[in-house]
Write a protein of this length. Structure first.
Length: 202
């Protein structure tokens, strides 16, 4: 059965920079892939980097937390305290691994979270992200991304791919023969499809 690629972007532009301050803290977690077939990540501000490999037997997670200034009057001390109080939640339920930083985010969180994840290529991905860039390589079981601001890059992918991006640019490189259809839509800006080196008219 051939797959589908769907890209939705409201605005095609560069993501805004984020000012960082203070010392970072690294949280790590490793688990046997076992029967896990789906990974769900809920994240706020920062970048996500995912490497999927055929034959891998473990899922490894590293997330670097870096205090940031939210505004001119924001407290660096409070930002550093939030980093020290934060934890990595990695909950497994049935065949799903759900990742997040605790306590749950609010509109005033004062740190970035930069994720690096390695996992088997047979694990499907669902990412719910706020602000920052996303890079995924080698995932073959399907990808779903809902992101507010940033650039999204997907390479050597398989399975259904769906990307909803508020502000930024999304680029997907996949084998054309594996897909029955592909759609790209932009609210403001351009949406382009290129198949086998040929640009498809929109």
């Amino acid at each position: 059965m051939k797959k589908q690629i769907i890209l939705l972007a409201l605005v095609m532009s560069d993501a805004s920079g984020i000012a960082a301050a203070g010392e970072s803290r690294t949280l790590t977690h490793t688990t046997a892939a076992g029967s896990i077939s789906r990974l769900v990540l809920n994240s706020g501000i920062g970048d996500i980097d995912i490497d999927a490999a055929l034959g891998a037997t473990e899922i490894t997670i590293e997330v670097v937390l870096t205090p940031r200034r939210g505004g001119f009057f924001s407290s660096k001390r409070k930002a550093e305290q939030e980093v020290q109080n934060a934890g990595l939640s990695a909950d497994v339920a049935n065949d799903r691994l759900k990742l997040a930083i605790t306590p749950e985010a609010d509109d005033d969180r004062r740190f970035e979270e930069d994720w690096h994840i390695t996992l088997p290529s047979t694990v499907a991905l669902k990412l719910n992200h706020g602000v920052g860039d996303i890079s995924i390589r080698g995932a073959e079981a399907g990808i779903g991304i809902d992101s507010g601001v940033g650039e999204v890059g997907v390479k050597n992918a398989g399975g259904d791919i769906s990307i909803e991006l508020g502000v930024g640019t999304a680029v997907v490189h996949a084998q054309a023969a594996a897909y029955a259809s592909a759609e790209a839509e932009a609210g403001v800006g351009d949406a382009r499809l290129t198949v086998r080196g040929q640009k498809i008219a929109s």
